[in-house]
Ligand binder design. Structure first.
Ligand SMILES: [Ca+2]
Length: 84
């Protein structure tokens, strides 16, 4: 689990290139590179980004990204252990 947490943090830092937020393209490339089996089509990625963007600034902050992780963890658990 510690390794998973480190991965979650380092994926954000690499994708944002040290900035505090992920822009639209950066978010898209993070999803395509890291979550391609969970979030498959571009429309879903776009909808997800808009849903995550609590402060409506068009970017995904670290806090908003953590909501994505929570949301995906929930989705995976609902699919049951066969999905893991
Ligand atoms: Ca935001």
């Amino acid at each position: 689990m510690e390794a998973a947490i480190k991965t979650v943090v380092s994926v954000f830092l690499k994708s944002s290139k040290g900035k505090e937020n992920l822009g639209g393209k950066e978010f898209q490339s993070l999803v395509k590179g890291q979550l391609k089996n969970i979030l498959t089509d571009n429309e879903a990625v776009k909808n997800m980004r808009q849903q995550l963007d609590n402060n409506q600034d068009g970017k995904v902050s670290f806090q908003e990204y953590m909501n994505l992780i929570g949301f995906l963890a929930q989705a995976v658990s609902e699919q049951g252990k066969n999905a893991i």
